[in-house]
Design a protein around this ligand. Structure first.
Ligand code: IMP
Length: 423
């Protein structure tokens, strides 16, 4: 059976966690394929908010198997906190949570290296979540990393020590003021590792292969967004993994010809956390309203998110790179009350009008060209049927579908599972 993918099409925080949670009842297996605890997937149901960082968003459904794939990087300390929270909430995760032996482990010194690297960059910093993501993927591609499967070997602590020593020398090399107590950090790390080892470690690509053969339905859950992809994002202001569809192939071992639907999630406007170009960013009252109404603060770091109008040039690019088959528009409710809405349909790029995403979208090269549309006043948050949506919102949706040539199948009108309109 083909594997469906669910991906963010912007700079992350599109609302992937909510949609995975809504769709989970249709799938046997939910699998994360990249990223790590830099992600914050928020789910709201029964009046409670839950934030997951590494654990797939199907964990609250008793019947779903949740797989952390080989493309993911795991911090045992943060993972333990997530598991402890699940226990508090009465979730019996042991039978439903599987970990790939090939996933890489984030060490305490990876986090320190992240901080040292960012500090040394000064104003040019990436705005990393400082969870050690970049340094861990660097060790993966540099062939030095420690994988989950290593934790089952007797000599893994020797390997750990050698790598941590090397990291300490690298931190010294940065010559920045980073205060840390490695003994303390290691104590919580080893505690986290012990708890991780109580879970089921598997050869996940074989598991995924057999599951497909047995006609099990699988949803691959992406983290971050396409514009943060290491290859296709706004480099160097990106994360260190492939967040796009191809990442699901390498991050789970899915053959490209076994990909089914590709669900592309986007917000009705645009947000970004951290540094980097953002052509439609607003610095006025409209941006402030989006941030306030949309409660735009990072689920992982609490940092305020930058807000702006929908950028169709960037969205079209993300749809192309991912082969999106269905779109899901989030946070439509946040746009209620705007007299006029703007959508960026082209860029003025060095004096020329272009409709594709160029190599460089820094402010000095690119300015957005907007189409204006009428807004709507109605509060959408209690709506549950497509027939209830205001005319101006339907016109907004029709416009996007026509421009993107992909149907918008879900319109989300609030954070709760129930605030989801299927079209
Ligand atoms: P890192 O992946 O933590 O190194 O962060 C690199 C860039 O990606 C920074 O701009 C972060 O703010 C951004 N980023 C990483 N993870 C997420 C996410 O889950 N949502 C939104 N932005 C993210």
């Amino acid at each position: 059976m083909a594997v469906d993918l669910l991906l963010g099409l912007q700079w992350g925080d599109e609302g992937k966690g909510k949609i995975v949670d809504v769709l989970t009842s249709k799938y046997n297996i939910i699998a994360r394929f990249q990223g790590g605890p830099n992600a914050g997937h928020t789910l709201v149901f029964n009046g409670k908010k839950h934030v997951l960082h590494t654990i797939p968003s199907g964990i609250f459904h008793e019947d779903a198997i949740n797989l952390v794939g080989n493309g993911v990087v795991i911090d045992p300390v943060i993972f333990k906190k997530e598991l402890d929270k699940l226990t508090e909430q009465g979730v019996d995760y042991k039978k439903n949570l599987l970990i790939s032996r090939k996933a890489h482990v984030i060490l305490p010194t990876h986090r320190l290296l992240d901080a040292a690297s960012e500090t040394s960059k000064g104003k040019a910093k990436i705005g990393s979540t400082l969870k050690g993501i970049g340094p861990t993927y660097m060790d993966k591609t540099g062939r030095n990393g420690i994988r989950v499967g290593d934790l089952e070997m007797n000599d893994w602590k020797e390997k750990y020590r050698a790598l941590a020593n090397k990291h300490e020398a690298m931190i010294d090399f940065y010559n920045v003021d980073i205060q840390y107590d490695l003994d303390e950090l290691e104590a919580e790390f080893f505690e986290g590792v012990e708890q991780l080892k109580t879970l089921q470690f598997i050869d996940s690509e074989e598991y995924v292969f057999q599951a497909q053969k047995a006609e099990k339905s699988i949803l691959a859950e992406g983290a971050q967004g396409s514009l943060l992809d290491i290859d296709f994002g706004t480099y160097p202001f990106v994360t260190s993994s492939n967040t796009t569809a191809a990442g699901a192939c390498t991050g789970l071992g899915i053959a490209p010809n076994k990909i089914g639907d590709v669900f592309g999630i986007f917000k009705a406007y645009t947000t970004r956390v951290g540094s980097g170009p953002f052509p439609t960013e607003l610095f006025d009252e409209d941006g402030a309203t989006m941030a306030k109404v949309g409660n735009e603060f990072g689920a992982t770091t609490g940092r305020p998110r930058r807000c702006g109008w929908l950028d169709l040039v960037a969205l079209k690019y993300a749809c192309q790179v991912n082969g999106v088959t269905q779109l899901m528009m989030m946070k439509a409710d946040v746009l209620s009350g705007f007299e006029t809405l703007k959508v960026c349909t082209a860029y003025n790029y060095k004096g020329k009008t272009i409709t594709h995403l160029p190599y460089n979208i820094e402010e000095e090269n690119v300015s957005p060209i907007y189409s204006e549309m009428a807004g709507w006043k109605a509060d959408l948050t209690s709506m549950s049927e497509a027939s209830q949506l205001p005319k101006a919102l339907n016109e907004y949706i029709d416009f996007l579908e026509k421009e993107l040539e992909i149907p918008i199948k879900i319109v989300s009108v609030g954070p709760d599972r129930k605030q989801t309109i299927f079209r």
